[in-house]
Design a protein around this ligand. Structure first.
Ligand code: NAD
Ligand code: UGA
Length: 476
């Protein structure tokens, strides 16, 4: 490999980060061949699907990018050995969920997929290979990866002349806006101390990112910056959600408060939308990871501080079913309640840690008969997340029942209430005057995203509860 020149990239992990990231690399670096590998055969088949295209992840704008590069300089395969052995640079982009069992369960990240990736690289790589941490990792994970790789390079029978350099290059994309985030990043962060490797990775980014936006740090700062960024974003959401409850109690309006506060340039307008609690695969996991690190380094007060962010999030999720029950005369047993939105945010089919899961489970516990609609989440996923198949509902501990619907109208038929849990754009255009005719009265809307046309729904005759807003002006 010539100085700074990368011809072949392999990315381990064809998920929400691996595929969009590598697709953008392929799009802007047509001179580089990029192979995305995964142990999940059906995921790879889906990325390779043609007529019909049936990609496993819904991400606006991604399909066109992939179709313009696929089988030209972007490839999807399960042939991990070949892809690693041919690569000059390898991205580790595998899942790092919270550990479910054993030491650190419930807090520490489960690094078994990262370790497995490092071992695959150690075994199959040839010559000089730059290994890039793309997954979000606890601080000092690079040490573990280096240990595994350097042990293999130092073996006497190193016939493949393996040598490695490890960099940290965390990803800051958000689902639903991944393509835009990748094309126009606020910054690209590269942590490491091998100048040659850093330059090689920077040169790739420079094909579409301005040099000033590519910042370099030591490897531990890079790993910690990623956890910190997510913790700060989540902290803002817990902060505004805590204020939403004060608004409901006092008559202040959360949108007005968020706007007034956010206009302070030191604070800014972003991430001040009150909602049903943050979801997604990363915020909770990364804060738990930070808490685990704090405890490991005996920084118990710091750990407690970050615990608070998660506690408020859990509290926000749990107070919504209580509000619904209270407003429906203290009883929802046998009542039909429509759920609009199951994804953890709009413009994604991802349901990981979606607040909808907890809220639906709590409503089922109260005996509700739920009808659930989401424009992008597959039906089997909703069943999987609720942890209970529809056909088993009569023989289990749950008191309620649910059905998955194909339209908003199906959800509304005979319902007492509609609960908006994801801010899909189509929910802002609902013809409430038509929908109310299909519902039982008094008909309720519980809008946890403040995304409906309030005046139209009010005129149609709905009772409306919105997060962070006073229900009845006479109460103040
Ligand atoms: P994901 O679960 O969607 O994808 C990970 C993929 O890695 C899976 O398809 C899995 O089969 C594959 N995999 C696991 N071990 C493998 C192995 N040994 N060999 C080959 N393939 C293997 O996860 P994701 O959402 O893409 O997240 C990946 C990482 O990126 C996580 O650390 C996450 O914290 C971080 N991250 C995620 C986002 C996001 O928006 N989802 C954003 C920034 C960072
Ligand atoms: C988040 C970060 O925004 C990304 O920078 C980061 O790369 C990513 O996590 C990660 O590491 O996985 P993501 O979880 O995809 O991205 O989506 P966000 O837009 O951050 O939303 C997360 C959750 O917070 C959603 O449930 C969303 O509805 C909620 N949210 C967001 C609010 O309730 N209010 C807001 O103002 C913003």
């Amino acid at each position: 490999m010539k100085k700074g020149e990368i011809k072949k990239i392999c990315c381990i992990g064809a998920g929400y980060v691996g595929t969009p990231t590598m697709s953008i690399f392929a799009y802007y670096c047509p001179h580089v061949d990029i192979v995305v590998v995964d142990i999940n055969k059906s995921r790879i088949e889906a990325w390779n699907s043609t007529e019909p295209i049936d990609f496993p992840i819904f991400e606006p704008g991604l399909e066109n990018i992939i179709l313009s590069c696929r089988n030209k300089n972007l490839f999807f395969t399960t042939d991990i050995e070949k892809s690693i052995s041919e690569a000059d640079m390898i991205f580790i982009s595998v899942n790092t969920p919270t550990k479910k069992r054993g030491i650190g369960a419930g807090k520490a990240s489960d690094l078994k997929w990262v370790e497995a990736s490092a071992r695959q690289i150690a075994e199959y790589a040839r010559g000089y290979t730059i290994v890039v941490e793309k997954s979000t990792l606890p601080v000092r994970t690079a040490k573990t990866i280096e240990k595994i790789l350097f042990d293999s390079q130092n073996k006497e029978n190193n016939k493949k002349n393996k040598t490695f350099s490890v960099l940290s290059n965390p990803e800051f994309l958000a689902e639903g806006s991944a393509v835009d985030d990748l094309q126009n990043p606020d910054r690209v962060l590269i942590g490491g101390n091998d100048e040659f490797a850093i330059e090689a990775l920077s040169n790739l980014y420079k094909n579409w990112v301005a040099n000033e936006k590519i910042i370099r740090t030591n490897i531990w700062s890079s790993e910690l910056s990623k956890l910190t960024a997510n913790a700060f974003l989540a902290q803002r959401i817990s902060s505004i959600n805590s204020i939403s409850a004060i608004c409901e109690a006092t008559g202040a309006d959360i949108k007005q408060v968020a706007n007034a506060v956010g206009l302070d340039s030191r604070i800014g307008q972003e991430f001040l939308r009150a909602g049903p609690g943050f979801g997604g695969s990363c915020f909770q996991k990364d804060i738990l990871n930070l808490i685990y690190l704090c405890n490991f380094y005996k920084l118990y007060d710091v750990a407690n501080y970050w615990e608070g962010v998660i506690e408020i999030n859990n509290w926000q999720k749990s107070r919504i079913p209580r509000i619904i029950v209270n407003n429906l005369f203290g009883n929802i047993s046998g009542k039909k309640i429509g759920i609009l939105g199951f994804a953890f945010k709009a413009n994604t089919n991802d349901t990981r840690e979606s607040p909808s899961i907890n809220i639906c489970k709590d409503l089922l516990e109260e005996g509700a008969n739920l009808s659930i609609y989401d424009p992008k989440v597959e039906h089997f996923k909703i069943e999987e997340d609720l942890g209970i198949r529809k056909k088993d509902l009569n023989n289990n501990d749950y008191y309620g029942n649910y059905q998955i619907c194909k339209s908003i109208l199906d959800v509304a038929l005979g319902s007492d209430a509609l609960v908006i849990l994801t801010e899909w754009e189509e929910f802002s255009d609902i013809l409430w005057e038509e929908l109310i005719l299909k519902m039982r009265k008094p008909a309720w809307i519980f809008d946890t995203r403040i995304c409906i046309d309030f005046n139209r729904a009010k005129e149609a005759g709905f009772n409306i509860w919105q997060i962070g807003k006073i229900q009845n002006k006479n109460d103040i």
